[in-house]
Design a protein around this ligand. Sequence first.
Ligand SMILES: Nc1ncnc2c1ncn2[C@@H]1O[C@H](COP(=O)(O)OP(=O)(O)O)[C@@H](O)[C@H]1O
Ligand SMILES: [Mg+2]
Length: 355
Amino acid sequence: MSLISLRGIEKYYGTYHALRGIDLDIGAGEFFSLLGPSGCGKTTLLRVIAGFEGVSEGTVTISDRDMTRVPPNKRPTNMVFQSYAIFPHLTVAQNVAFGLRRRSDLNRQAKDTLVEEALDMVGLGGFGARASTALSGGQRQRVALARALVLRPKVLLLDEPLSALDKKMREQMQVELIRLQRQVGITFILVTHDQEEALVMSDRIAVMFDGKIAQLAEAEALYRRPVSRRVAEFIGVMNFLPATVADGVVDAQGLGKIVVEDLQSEATTDGETMVGFRPETATLLFPGQDSEGRVARGTVSEVVYYGDMTYYDVRLDGCERPVRISMRNVFGRPVLDIGAEARLAWSPGALTLFR
Ligand SMILES: Nc1ncnc2c1ncn2[C@@H]1O[C@H](COP(=O)(O)OP(=O)(O)O)[C@@H](O)[C@H]1O
Ligand SMILES: [Mg+2]
């Protein structure tokens, strides 16, 4: 049963076609992400769900009710904005209580209790009396979260909520948001342009390009089975090699011939195409190491050392462009040098054939 159903959503800003035929179902209690490059329509779609934007065509259903023309304050949704507006002249508790300003049915004491509970949820219990100017960036973002949560919405909409934080704080808040979502059990819809953030946090991810959903899948499926080159390139790194398909056999530059059934592919047709594989799905063999599987030969053209990992660019024999291979470093084993002979162990099952 879906909590939110979008059907045939079209959105024009004047003549600009910002959302194109969006069909989407999001379940109760799901952590869902909208992922895509800047300008692809993520914020617009979030605002359509919240009711801040009307649609040109289509319907928005929440909890089985048609909400297409219902204003934001009458929807069971609440939004945390990209630039979290905390009022500096109010205390932490007053900032959170601002989320309850329309609830004239609640007395002062009931409001205080809700505020304190919301602050507890975001790890700011006991901070209520503090001046909001005395908070760090991460704490201020938590106040914004508490203000949205205090209304106990069914759906929390988060528009790039962590983009203003530095890397360490962002990673910490990612973990806290996951914990918070599990704890309160409400649906989170997160907008992000950061693929790693989406993979880390979400149950399911919709990848958007040009106002359309290009792929909707669980994080792992999205990474392992991208439906197009564009999705594959947006989610992590993928190596592409030109290939020719004929009579159920793929001939890939640098790798040789592979039976189509052995690799991942949707429908195939004969002709020119591409095969792709992720950097961690192939292994460089070190001197003295052997492999029972298939081995391609080439030369190491670049080495980037990351401490725990080394990234190698390898130019396979017969290839114009190098492929990137990531290897976990093993203590005591030297890193291969630029110019070294490379033997690359790979398996057909890790290859994706693109149309
Ligand atoms: N109020 C508006 N008026 C006109 N164009 C807009 C408006 N809001 C967004 N757009 C345009 O719609 C497209 C999608 O915007 P947006 O949803 O903000 O993308 P994202 O959040 O993915 O970066 C962009 O090209 C943007 O310039
Ligand atoms: Mg945006």
